[in-house]
Write a protein that binds this ligand. Structure first.
Ligand code: SF4
Length: 430
């Protein structure tokens, strides 16, 4: 192909990101529809509003009726339009429409599964890891996820209330020189007005030992209209500032959300995505692969897949760790490395994030490590001496090195009789 035959055809990927459009709100002027405050004012928050738009199942009706006692119902009109009204198991619907199962807690479920309250030196500030803090700046979100880890405080209808002491929290960060990383979360910090958010960012940026600011938000997914040029112009003054969005299903990767992420990326904000592994939403390798591919096209790096925390009333949304490992197995090596997030379990009670991964190291001794790749082929890699200096002649082929590898191989073939282990590729020193 000659260089001259390339044409600027605009955005060749745009057809992969459909516009959501106004749907049931067709008569609303564009100026309102695209106004994030209009979207917030017109959220669906009651059983009557929801039933008028969507035929509800019996469990959903019970769930909505009970939502006011533990985690409120709220769905923006924009996000509502992603729901398939004819599918009671629609993956978008499962995330935001309450169900009766929420009203029953499994014995292992907890109010505060990550033990945040026990690690709060001042109200609203969680200091669990030595060098970083989680700053809970609001209890409100644009819409409420039925599996929310902080449902004990988020939305303001549960037993607990978030009473963040901003002055005390900033004073604590200022006094603790080991804190180099501050994550703003909640609730959703991007629900603040530009001015209010800027005052907070400016106060944190003025602390010399704070190197790194982060915001955790689902606004680009629930309310992309909020990502205005003026918000982005303000955010870019406080770099290095990173943002973690929260997308769970490829259907959420719309034209509107892609544009919102592009505005943030163009403002120099590195973007990562956190996905919660949810039954009936994304517990499927092909769905997850489509999601991570769309994220890369949106300039968002898939960052974490979280095993769903043990929050009260979320057992119907939780899927097994085994399933999560299968999904990771289906991603690693089968797609771009940038597209592969880390799968983590937030250890119950405050143990922090623990990475979990399929086993790629099959055996390991002083002389070698046996590893397998994504195709099930097994390789031997020589383990260098600690000093990193070659000191002894290699073990001749057919002696103890060979025998050990053959023994491990035979054990592996027994363990995976399906033929996943196809061969052992020996390192040169055997
Ligand atoms: S956006 Fe985040 S904080 Fe808000 S309800 Fe969803 S998971 Fe919870």
């Amino acid at each position: 192909m000659e260089l001259g035959s390339f044409e600027n055809n605009g955005d060749p990927l745009s057809s992969r990101f459909p516009r959501v459009g106004k749907g049931r709100w067709e008569s609303v002027p564009d100026s309102d529809w695209n106004d994030w405050r209009w979207q917030l004012r017109h959220r669906i928050t009651t059983l009557e509003q929801l039933e008028a738009l969507l035929p509800l199942t019996e469990t959903e009706r019970r769930g909505v009726a009970g939502a006011g006692t533990h985690l409120a119902l709220a769905i923006t009109p924009y996000f509502f339009n992603l729901i398939d009204p004819n599918d009671p198991e629609c993956p978008i619907r499962r995330q935001v429409v309450p169900r009766g199962e929420e009203l029953v807690a499994a014995p292992w479920e907890m109010t505060d599964p990550c033990g945040e309250d026990a690690h709060m030196p001042v109200p609203g500030l969680v200091h669990r890891y030595p060098d970083r803090v989680l700053f809970l700046v609001t209890d409100r979100c644009a819409a409420y996820c039925r599996y929310c880890t902080r449902s004990r405080v988020v939305s303001g209808v549960g037993d607990q209330h978030l009473e963040t002491n901003f002055n005390a929290a900033i004073g604590y960060i200022r006094a603790h020189r080991e804190i180099r990383d501050v994550l703003l979360s909640g609730g959703d910090p991007l629900l603040f007005s530009d001015d209010r958010l800027e005052r907070l960012l400016a106060a944190l940026r003025a602390i010399p030992h704070v190197e790194f600011l982060r915001i955790g938000t689902r606004i680009p997914i629930f309310l992309p209209q909020r990502i205005t040029p003026s918000l982005c112009a303000m955010l870019r003054k406080y770099h290095p500032l990173w943002i973690s969005i929260h997308m769970n299903h490829p259907r959420e990767a719309t034209h509107e959300t892609r544009e919102a992420c592009a505005r943030l990326a163009d403002a120099g904000v590195p973007l990562g995505n956190q996905t919660v592994l949810l039954r009936g939403v994304n517990d499927n390798p092909s769905v997850m692969k489509e999601l991570v591919h769309r994220l890369l096209m949106m300039r968002v790096r898939p960052y974490y897949i979280y095993q769903c925390d043990l929050v009260r009333g979320t057992h119907h949304l939780r899927t097994s760790v085994r399933r999560g490992l299968e999904i990771m197995e289906a991603l690693r090596g089968h797609t771009t490395g940038y597209a592969v997030p880390q799968y983590v379990i937030d250890a119950p009670g405050g143990g922090g994030k623990v990475p979990v991964a399929p086993d790629y190291v099959l055996a390991h001794d002083a002389e070698r490590v046996l590893i397998r790749n994504y195709e099930g082929r097994v390789f031997e890699y020589p383990e260098p001496a600690d000093a990193g200096v070659y000191a002894e002649p290699p073990v001749p082929a057919g002696t103890r090195g060979e025998a050990a590898v053959l023994a491990i191989r035979s054990a592996l073939v027994q363990e995976w009789p399906s033929g996943a282990v196809r061969e052992v590729v020996h390192g040169r020193h055997c």
